[in-house]
Design a protein around this ligand. Structure first.
Ligand code: NDP
Length: 327
């Protein structure tokens, strides 16, 4: 038996409860993992509360990422005792996920844990950190260098935003942090923000083109915010879009793209190819300052995830929530 969060849907709506589950109930997969840490991501909060239909089959164990140790493997790529991590691939959405003490998954979905990282560090970063690195790498791959100008990070006090801000500042970029939490300005400055703006500046319907303010952006917000970011991006600049905290729609004009040569780069962590994932995690392991990471994380137990899910959707959680599944 193992403990896990189980999400179910009945006549009275969604339920999410901590349960003891028989190992025989685990889904198909070549590798069984003793999970040590998972995290509470925005998508997990949607799955737990049922606020958005991210869960595709019921009952579901949520948790889009985890780290742990292999218990058994029918695939030669992994052996008992290997330390592994997983992000995405629909785990926690259509295959039982990481908010659990046990997981059984396809071998192709797992990555060996980089040597420099503990299983706790890996989930301190989690899908949010790995997505932040995909955004930062995309800016660099599209030629954006620190000397070219400022980079905007939205949702800066959230999971993806906090790590993106830290990584960009560490790489020498001057970072403008957009947030709805002015009370957290000290936290953002400590992470590396050179300037802090109120997210209200960006989240209303705006003009097709505005004053050129930044050369690059990491946006987790979408909607009007993303439209306004593009409209205020300098000639030839690059905007990476990975989230929808404000909304799914993109009420923008083509003006920034056809008049200023701005590029909009989509970032997906879920089905990102293996080589790109490995490269992102290798860079995270190299560039990570474990002490600094601890300042953006809070560790909770499996039983606390349900109550924290709503708080996360309400924007009340700062940084990253790591889940110790054995606590
Ligand atoms: P968090 O909840 O930790 O952070 C989101 C932040 O967005 C909040 O902290 C808040 O920052 C800001 N925000 C929330 N609501 C609004 C709003 N209505 N208008 C403007 N800003 C808002 O989530 P994550 O960092 O984990 O994820 C951020 C987004 O990225 C989510 O939409 C998530 O689904 C997406 N995502 C996408 C991935 C991909 O593969 N493409 C992978 C991981 C995440 P502040 O308080 O500073 O304003």
């Amino acid at each position: 038996m193992f403990k896990a969060i189980k999400v179910d849907k009945g006549n009275s709506g969604y339920t999410a409860t901590l349960e003891e589950i028989d190992e025989k109930m685990l889904p198909e997969g070549e590798v069984t993992v003793s999970v040590e840490y998972s995290t509470l991501n925005y998508k997990d909060a949607l799955a737990i509360t049922g606020k958005s239909p991210v869960v595709r089959s019921f009952p579901m164990v949520p948790g889009i990422d985890f780290s742990g140790t292999v218990v058994s493997s029918r695939d030669s790529k992994f052996s008992e005792g290997d330390r592994v991590l997983l992000n995405g691939w629909g785990v926690g959405e259509n295959h039982w996920g990481g908010l659990s003490q046990r997981a059984r998954v396809k071998a192709d979905w797992l990555l060996p844990l980089p040597e420099e990282l503990s299983t706790e560090d890996a989930m301190g970063l989690g899908t949010a950190g790995y997505t932040a690195m995909l955004c930062v790498k995309a800016l660099a791959e599209h030629g954006v260098r620190p000397e070219h100008g400022d980079i905007l990070v939205t949702g800066a006090a959230g999971g993806v935003g906090s790590v993106a801000l830290y990584l960009l500042a560490k790489r020498g970029y001057r970072v403008v942090a957009s947030t709805g939490r002015s009370a957290d300005s000290e936290y953002l400055t400590e992470l590396g923000a050179s300037e802090i703006i109120d997210r209200e500046e960006l989240n209303k319907p705006g003009k097709p083109l505005g004053k050129e303010r930044w050369v690059g952006a990491v946006d987790v917000v979408g909607s009007h915010t993303l439209a306004n970011i593009c409209a205020s991006t300098k000639y030839g600049g690059v905007v990476t879009a990975c989230g929808l905290a404000q909304g799914m729609e993109l009420p923008a004009s083509v003006a920034p793209f056809i008049l200023r040569g701005v590029s909009l780069v989509g970032i997906d962590s879920v089905y990102c190819p293996l080589e790109k994932r490995k490269a992102a995690w290798a860079d995270l392991a190299k560039e990570l300052d474990v002490v600094r990471l601890q300042s953006v994380t809070e560790t909770i137990g499996l039983s606390e995830t349900v109550s924290k899910a709503q708080a996360l959707l309400d924007g009340k959680i700062r940084g990253r929530l790591v889940v110790d599944v054995n606590r």
